[in-house]
Write a protein that binds this ligand. Structure first.
Ligand SMILES: Cc1cc2nc3c(=O)[nH]c(=O)nc-3n(C[C@H](O)[C@H](O)[C@H](O)COP(=O)(O)O)c2cc1C
Length: 328
């Protein structure tokens, strides 16, 4: 039987299939089911910068009210202690106590700020690693791309300065030079890059002329974007690479590993097919490895990366010239 063990961010994992940050981690029973099904690790849904900022604002308001009416304004403090951010931390501690597999906390970041200190508090819950989820739509026409990148590096440096546990950065695919951003992050000592985050895409209903903001799950087709970037970056940076978006099967996981992924992350496939489907994905990956005589993941990881394939330009080709010429 093929061995599926691997090491991700310095953490030994039983399998390369990680449950991506999602609603799956909001119930302990579900998390335990992922562990039984063979997940290598699980990323807990993010603690969002907005949650932390909201708590801080509430605290300021409460203290201001208290200061006006009572001298012992700090008696208001306990009321605020159980804010959303603190609840999230308590929830992770509880999960850590009940689950054996590696757990990775996730911190959502959109701008540099003192709130990055929450990284330390997430670390103190006993998680094995921390994923920084840089999730923001760059909608401000005044803000330059270079400034956004510099803000990203500031966040990463601040978080790296706070914690001892390994840190991964989950990027959006919308940087002008993804390869340069990856190299800059790598230079700052992150342990892994997660490619990519997937934005919610608002839609318009032409019948009712209203906005729709539904959560639409990914499709396997969407995997091609991160697949290309994993293949391009494999062997060029030292951080581990996690492929996220569109992994819906064991063969999908095999493709990601061939491109050079250290691990894959999956959420939509489990939300669509149920959590036990994770074991079906693992069996499919094992079967594929057995058929080819691959004893372990190392024997084929990166085999189809840009560095290894015969036609390395295929990953850089952006236009369809050849395909269009062939159709003439
Ligand atoms: C219901 C749901 C909740 C999610 N919550 C988070 C989150 O809290 N933090 C995060 O970084 N990504 C979150 N994601 C994004 C997933 O981690 C993942 O990157 C994305 O769904 C693409 O992977 P998939 O194709 O396997 O679903 C969420 C996705 C879903 C479907």
């Amino acid at each position: 039987m093929a061995g599926l063990e691997t090491i991700y961010m310095g953490i030994p994992l039983q399998t390369p299939l990680i449950v991506a940050a999602s609603s799956i981690s909001s119930k302990i029973d579900r998390i335990k089911t992922t562990e039984q099904a063979g997940a290598g690790a699980l990323v807990i849904r993010s603690l969002f910068e907005e949650q932390i900022m909201l708590d801080a604002l509430r605290m300021e308001d409460e203290l201001a009210v208290g200061a006006e009416s009572f001298s012992e304004a700090l008696t208001y403090f306990p009321q605020i202690q159980h804010g959303e951010a603190d609840e999230h931390l308590m929830w992770i501690e509880k999960t850590r106590a009940e689950v054996g597999m590696p757990l990775i906390a996730s911190l959502n970041a959109t701008s540099p700020g003192v709130w990055t200190k929450y990284a330390k508090q997430l670390e103190s819950t006993g998680v094995d690693g921390l994923e920084i989820n840089v999730y923001a739509v760059a909608s401000d026409p005044i803000q330059k791309g270079a400034d956004l990148e510099s803000a990203l590096y500031q966040i990463v440096e601040a978080v790296k300065g706070e914690v001892q546990i390994p840190v991964a950065v989950k990027l959006s695919p919308y940087y002008t030079s993804t390869a340069n951003v990856a190299a800059e992050l790598d230079r700052r000592g992150i342990e892994a890059l997660v490619l990519f985050n997937r934005f919610l895409q608002p839609d318009i209903d032409p019948e009712t002329e209203t906005l729709k903001n539904e959560m639409v799950l990914s499709t396997p087709e969407e995997m091609k974007l991160p697949l290309r970037w994993i293949a391009l970056l494999y062997g060029r940076i030292s951080s581990d690479l996690a492929l996220s978006t569109g992994v819906h099967s064991g063969l999908g996981a095999a493709k990601a590993l061939l491109a050079g992924a250290t691990v894959v992350q999956t959420a939509s496939a489990l939300l669509k097919n149920g959590i036990p489907y994770l074991s079906t994905m693992l069996r499919e990956l094992e079967g594929w490895m057995d058929e080819r005589g691959y004893d372990n993941l190392e024997s084929f990881r990166g085999k189809m990366s840009q560095k290894e394939v015969d036609d390395p330009f295929i990953f850089e080709r952006a236009q369809y010239i050849k395909l269009l010429m062939d159709q003439k």
